[in-house]
Design a protein around this ligand. Structure first.
Ligand SMILES: CC[C@H](C(=O)O)C(=O)SCCNC(=O)CCNC(=O)[C@H](O)C(C)(C)COP(=O)(O)OP(=O)(O)OC[C@H]1O[C@@H](n2cnc3c(N)ncnc32)[C@H](O)[C@@H]1OP(=O)(O)O
Ligand SMILES: [Co+2]
Length: 137
């Protein structure tokens, strides 16, 4: 299992970028608007993983709601799996609860799904389908 990214909630991508730029990281390509999630995303690559900076693009987005109730910072962690549907079924068999019935569109055209933060023992966990890069089970 590979860590795909750490999702960081920020009110503003430039403000949220400051520590990562100071650490010597540079954005990996242009910012991306992901309409389905109502977020503007800026990515910094860290080895095989990423820092995924997320700023609200709409007041009704999950990130906007999160920032109404929480300080900016680590929002979720995401893991790479080779065969997402099979992994979802395997985890459902173990009693895992998901925030949606089916995977949806994620960054860079990936398929993603989120596990309920209660199941994640307080951490919001995202699974990202990477047919090549996942390890799967
Ligand atoms: C561009 C896509 C990109 C990608 O990687 O591809 C992304 O990662 S997009 C990221 C933004 N999208 C999402 O997070 C989608 C999944 N999230 C949700 O559906 C909601 O945010 C949800 C259900 C986790 C929370 O919804 P809401 O904020 O409306 O509800 P509450 O504030 O009442 O929270 C309920 C309960 O969950 C706890 N909570 C909320 N957010 C988090 C979090 N990020 N980490 C841990 N726990 C979280 C919150 O504290 C409440 O707990 P409770 O004990 O009931 O008080
Ligand atoms: Co994410």
């Amino acid at each position: 299992m590979l860590l795909d990214h750490m999702g960081i909630a920020t009110p503003d991508l430039d403000q949220g970028s400051a520590p990562y730029l100071a650490l010597g990281l540079t954005p990996d390509g242009p910012d991306e608007l992901v309409q389905s999630q109502g977020v503007n995303v800026r990515v910094f690559r860290v080895g095989q993983s990423m820092i995924e900076l997320l700023a609200p693009a709409r007041p009704d987005s999950a990130i906007a709601r999160y920032l109404e109730k929480n300080r900016p910072g680590l929002h979720h962690t995401a893991y790479r799996v080779a065969h997402l549907d099979a992994e979802v079924e395997r985890l459902r068999g173990l009693g895992a609860t998901f925030l949606s019935e089916q995977p949806g569109p994620g960054l860079h055209g990936t398929r993603v799904i989120f596990l309920h933060p209660k199941w994640g023992q307080g951490t919001l966990i995202e699974l990202v389908e990477h047919p090549a890069g996942g390890t799967g089970h």
